[in-house]
Ligand binder design. Structure first.
Ligand SMILES: [Zn+2]
Length: 160
């Protein structure tokens, strides 16, 4: 019983680099040398990676947070893979972080948190445009909407 659980866990796991669900570690995207390593698209869940990949318009890397900031539910920065993101930014190769969390209150708060955290490091933080319906979900956006949201992304300026 215990062993079969372990085996099931080994088949589908979180990529140790980006946090995406994968059956190989690192995942196919992290292991792809042809993908642009100067751009990281930050997403809430693995399902958002699938949605973004379907557009075929994004060729950078991903980082899955495993959720969004939600103080009401007790989800703070420590519960998300933000430390892992900082680790990935350390070598200075990443120039832009595109925050593509869902356009919900929590998604926006997460984007702002990341902008405040990363701007002082000299990394450009952009937010996908509001092409998505308010409170919408990346998963349910059609490809064209998501492409427009990505193309229309804007730089997040922070005072601090
Ligand atoms: Zn990966």
């Amino acid at each position: 019983m215990a062993r079969s659980l372990v085996e099931a866990k080994q088949r589908v796991q979180h990529c140790s680099i980006c946090g995406n669900l994968t059956d190989a570690d690192p995942c196919e995207i992290c292991g792809d040398e042809d993908r642009d390593c100067s751009t990281i698209c930050v997403l809430g869940d693995s399902s958002d990676v699938v949605a973004m990949e379907k557009t075929r318009e994004y060729h950078g890397r991903y980082h899955v947070l495993g959720g969004v900031l939600s103080p009401m539910d007790g989800i703070g920065p420590e519960e998300l893979r933000i430390g892992e993101l900082l680790e990935r930014l350390r070598d200075g190769k990443v120039r832009e972080v595109i925050v593509a969390t869902d356009p919900t209150v929590e998604g926006e708060a997460t984007a702002l948190y990341l902008a405040r955290l990363l701007n002082p490091l000299g990394i450009k933080v952009t937010r996908i445009a509001r092409g998505l319906p308010e409170g919408g979900d990346l998963d349910y956006a059609d490809d064209a909407t998501l492409v427009r949201a990505l193309e229309g992304r804007r730089v997040m300026e922070t005072d601090s």
